[in-house]
Design a protein around this ligand. Structure first.
Ligand code: SF4
Length: 364
């Protein structure tokens, strides 16, 4: 079983196996360098390559490195890290279970390190929600209850995942086998992400501080939220693009719209000076007033650090415009932006950043 749990550490059974190892995490992080090294690799690889790195040959190290990696992610507690880490673990699981499903050489036994589809559906309480079609026209197809389909597909890109593009019948959504496996991958991602970040006891935090620092450094190199503001308006949600356009065209915006765009720009890390520069083209924006409002929204001159409004609020003010397919799946403009940044190619982001740096030099 150890090999199985080492390969699929998010399984309930693996969690129990860790508990019955009768080791406490504090002792592991203090004394077991191999486990800590592997945990660090899991997290750093997820940031750098979107993978979890080369598995340890020692099943115990591999298994224990998973909870330690979760601790490490919790210590750094950055939203982008959590998303990337969960996605990398889910990708690793996906590669393994798709390989298991096609591998017929190993007979299933107690010692098996593989899983089959039924195991995974049972693990995520999906057995009763997934129904093989068993049709001659579609021998590999399934129907999945819409209640199970919606949460699992909510983070998937592409119009094909939208319910309006599915032949929903009797509360069930038809899906291919490949799509079912993608949904199982999403279930793994949610399981990994669930509960992150959590509070880490002081003694463990101290032992793992060098590893946490290494993760913070890699994250800082990748941390696009600091630079993204001026760099990637291409990835802004449609509502914010429209508001920014209006400002730059010199239009007068009502207070709620000005609040929405300004709080969005401060939330993604733009400095007040940069926002003032951005608004300067708008003659109805006096610099002093813009500065005052921006500092106020940011919380510098007020007790509150204001967050941008949710999609529901934007809609109620008529500020939600030009919705696209991603809009259907997110509740908040920040979630839209996070999704787009997260899914953007690192090379593209690098190009955007370089392009922006050149623009700034040209402006200087
Ligand atoms: S759905 Fe949300 S993110 Fe999309 S345009 Fe409307 S307010 Fe903006």
């Amino acid at each position: 079983m150890k090999r199985l749990h080492a390969r699929y550490p998010f399984l309930e059974g693996a969690r129990e196996a860790v508990a019955t190892e009768a080791v406490d995490l504090a002792t592991i992080v203090e004394q077991d360098g191999a486990v800590v090294d592997r945990a660090r690799e899991r997290v750093l690889s997820s940031l750098e390559d979107g993978e979890t790195g080369e598995p340890s040959r020692d099943s115990r190290v591999e298994l224990l490195s998973y909870p330690v990696a979760r601790v490490l992610v919790s210590l750094v507690a950055e939203r982008m890290l959590i998303r990337k880490y969960a996605r990398a673990e889910a990708e690793a699981a996906f590669d393994r279970f798709t390989a298991d499903f096609t591998d017929t050489t190993e007979l299933k036994s107690v010692e098996s390190s593989g899983v089959d589809l039924e195991d995974l559906l049972a693990e995520f309480d999906l057995v009763d929600a997934v129904h093989p079609i068993g049709d001659v026209d579609d021998p590999d197809g399934y129907r999945i209850d819409v209640g199970a389909y919606l949460p699992l597909s909510s983070d998937l890109w592409g119009d094909e995942w939208l319910l309006v593009n599915r032949a929903l019948a009797d509360g069930r959504v038809p899906i291919s086998e490949a799509e079912l496996l993608t949904l199982v991958r999403e279930a793994v991602r949610e399981r990994v992400e669930d509960g992150l970040p959590f509070d880490v006891p002081e003694s463990i935090a101290e032992s793992l501080e060098p590893e946490a620092q290494a993760v913070r450094e890699v994250l800082a190199d990748l941390d696009l939220t600091r630079e993204i503001d001026t760099v990637v308006p291409d990835l802004f949600p449609p509502c914010m693009k429209a508001l920014l356009d209006d400002i730059q065209k010199g239009e007068h915006l009502p207070h709620h719209s000005r609040f929405a765009i300004t709080s969005f720009l401060t939330s993604i890390g733009m400095e007040t000076d940069e926002i003032v520069d951005l608004y300067r083209v708008n003659s109805s924006f006096g610099e002093e007033m813009t500065r005052y409002q921006t500092d106020h929204i940011r919380g510098d001159t007020s007790p509150t650090d204001y967050s941008p409004p949710s999609c529901a609020t934007m809609q109620s003010y008529g500020d939600c415009v030009n919705k696209d397919d991603l809009c259907e799946r997110i509740p908040h403009p920040m979630a839209y932006y996070e999704n787009r940044i997260d899914d953007a190619d690192d090379d593209d982001l690098e190009d955007w950043r370089e392009g922006n740096a050149e623009d700034e030099e040209a402006d200087a």
